[in-house]
Design a protein around this ligand. Structure first.
Ligand SMILES: [Zn+2]
Length: 297
């Protein structure tokens, strides 16, 4: 029982068209259709599994049990990138506010919050996945909650972060409005998302790992993010690139595009495409993934 959207989940326009057929390479091997909003350019999986039935699509058990050398190395690389990105993220919020309060929506296993707390931030994390949340609670105790609804009504934050999370949220408008209600006026909303208009996305097209259907429900162009800011009373402060994502996404995409290729070929092609994508990007907003920093009006 999947759900079919008849309006754009971001701007509510009815002007939507089929755009691209994409396979879930990582888990189910099923195909999903991406629709495109003719008004705000948002790409979205449609029809899509409902919130209740999407769980199994996050079940990577089978994926891990069949993992080969390439996949375990890819996981290792992912962990490396994640560690260095934690320092970068904390550096980013330190540049916005000093010793403020932080809400990380989709905090995963909590490493970013743990580091922010170490650097004098008052922290709160939301994580719906029970497994990840248990690990986050192990690091942070009572600061981690399952849902936004559990956050006390009047609790407001200086900074709210969503790192590669916005594209997973079923009730997009409702959730963002709720998040915005927990942001102080002049507080910052920091959102990292993959870019469906990046050079690597165009190069790999239907095999681009950034699509990651059906787990990624949406793909935001720069125009979609401009719509985002006007829909939710935000003002774009600046955009920052995520340089490593093009390499990681290209490595996964190479595997989807040519599963029989040897490890060396895959790495070489991924490195070249990752590098090419970053070179072609030239300015923030054009990279494989980007961080949008908004201020609440
Ligand atoms: Zn739209």
């Amino acid at each position: 029982m999947s759900e079919r959207l008849i309006k754009c989940p971001l701007c509510k326009s009815g002007n939507i068209l089929n755009h691209l057929l994409v396979k879930d390479h990582a888990v189910s091997k099923k195909e999903f259709t991406l629709c495109r909003c003719g008004d705000c350019e948002l790409l979205f999986t449609n029809p899509r599994p409902t919130e209740e039935e999407i769980g199994p699509y996050y079940d990577f058990k089978e994926y891990y049990s069949h993992e080969d050398q390439v996949r375990s190395f890819t996981q290792w690389l992912y962990q490396k990138i994640r560690k260095s990105s934690i320092q970068r993220k904390v550096g980013l919020i330190n540049g916005l506010v000093k010793n403020g309060s932080l809400l990380d929506y989709g905090c995963g296993t909590g490493e970013f919050l743990q580091e922010a707390k170490r650097q004098q931030w008052t922290v709160r994390g939301i994580e719906p996945s029970e497994k990840a949340r248990t690990q986050a609670i192990g690091k942070l105790t009572t600061e981690v909650l399952e849902t936004l609804a559990e956050v006390p009504e009047l609790e407001a934050y200086d900074v709210v972060t969503l790192f590669h999370v916005l594209e997973h949220i079923h009730s997009l408008r409702k959730t963002v409005k709720k998040i915005a209600s927990h942001l102080k006026s002049n507080g910052y909303l920091v959102i990292a998302v993959p870019n469906p208009e990046s050079a690597d996305a165009k190069h790999y097209s239907k095999d681009w790992a950034g699509y990651d259907v059906p787990r990624h429900l949406y793909h935001f162009s720069e125009k979609s993010m401009a719509t985002f800011q006007s829909e939710f009373g935000m003002e774009l402060v600046r955009i920052e690139p995520l340089f490593y994502d093009s390499y990681y996404v290209s490595l996964l995409s190479e595997g989807y595009k040519n599963p029989k290729a040897g490890m060396l070929t895959r790495y070489l092609n991924a490195f070249l495409e990752g590098y090419r994508s970053n070179q072609k990007a030239g300015k923030p907003g054009k990279y494989s993934s980007n961080i949008f920093i908004f201020k609440k009006k």
